[in-house]
Write a protein that binds this ligand. Sequence first.
Ligand code: G16
Length: 548
Amino acid sequence: MPPSSLRVVYAFAREMHPKTTDIFIEYGTAGFRTKANLLEHVVYRMGLLAVIRSRCKNGRTIGMMITASHNLEPDNGVKLIDPDGEMLEQSWEEIATRLANVSDNDLESTTEQVIKQVNADMGLKASVYIGMDTRYTSPRLAAAAVHGVMALKGTAKEFGIVTTPMLHFCVKCRNDNTYGTPTEEGYYEKIVGAFKNIRQKLPVFGHYNTTLHVDGANGVGGKKLNIIKKTLDGELDLVLYNLGGNGGKLNLNCGADYVKVSQKPPVGVEPVPFQRVASLDGDGDRIVYYYVDDSNNMCLLDGDRIATLLASYITESLKACDATHLRLGLVQTAYANGGSTKYITEDLKVPVTCVKTGVKHLHHAALSYDIGVYFEANGHGTVVYSDVAKSTIAKVAQEGDTEQRKAAQLLLNFIDMTNETVGDAISDLFLVETVLCARGHDVRQWMDSYKDLPCRQLKVTVEDRNAIKTTDAERKCTSPEALQGQIDELVSKYNSGRAFVRPSGTEDIVRVYAEADTQDSAEKLAAEVSQAVFDLAGGVGDRPSLPA
Ligand code: G16
């Protein structure tokens, strides 16, 4: 494409998607995320970047997902998906940020610079898959994305409303047809098909109950489960809530993030003791489980619990396949409950890696194992299996003795049921249900595997959240200078105390995490650390108060 053709890049920007704000925006934990009305020019420009990226990858398909995931309705966002269905390569985040922030007048020349910098062959074909969540601002933003793709003569394919992980799956399949068919139906065929296959092989027994209650966060995940539910033939009885009707607002007092952070059941789901409930987030990439006990206490089974459940099951399966030489590892972040890390290392004897928040970091670290299980405590995670692991298990399924063949075939179905491209609430739900069914377990037995340390997460609003800098996988704070000293001092007053702070990459706040030996202590420590953040990092509004 000759540089003169880049004029159209400016024309689309000026006529249809002008930059109307000077607010600086950064490619954060999961792409660009802010108020929807500040995003149209950003999404248009990411359409341009997706085409350049596709050409850099020899015309392989790139994905663009319009979503603000767990954020509330007025926000929106865009994340780019790389050819293997992974998050955008990190070195491109700076390029994305630069392109998003230049003036309309400088857009043409900056686009040209980027093309040169990354050495994209603009003569190649380019393909971009575009999906969106259920926000009312998403169609307009998806249209801006299409214009960006058109401006650089790429081919856009729109998937309409899909979960984020469905789009990741489709991108992967389009670039590697051994993984599946790149359509929503192809996704159901593979993931749900594998679950149904497994259910034929596993009898329901013990305390496992085939009824699962699901909070859909009034987002796309619940809607897709409603489609899946009709095909399940009673193998799993899904009872769905918060599907977006009756004035229910996206992620408001419901969904995985609300349930995890507030440690309360979502609105709309009547608490019934020991009933197994799963909560999805707004774009279907996170899931947590919970139940209430007979005193109505909230019992949360979060990402750490899901990770340990899956890792222990896979470990047992590898033993049954006589394939224990395959290295299984688990990846967590600083948010992982201390109780879970202790259980993983001391009881499961599985190696653990701790990385920075953001699925992109976890995914990358998980790839260093033959089988990598990664989960953030917030319920975002999946399992990745190396080619060696897959071929070893496939060989056992062919050549092992009867019991080994049976175990290996089950594990192959388990692998098929996993969306390896990214954390996926629907795929994770089927994985969890499979393990519980295989063990004949109910939620109490699942909960019994280890004890969580009581914890609390809080948010503090400050003038500039990026004034907080961290190191050591976000477990230590390096700026403002005095803050870590204060945190250490506060933590030292509590038994089993631990706390850290970090700027959110998806909301304009600082996150505070604290755990201790009692809930009261965890609440108090979290509040004290929040006060320290407020005082030393330019708090805005009311100073956080201590619990009564
Ligand atoms: C995104 C990321 C997650 C991250 C979460 C919160 O989730 O994909 O990896 O844990 O944001 O990030 P932060 O604490 O930086 O705001 P989602 O589900 O919102 O896309």
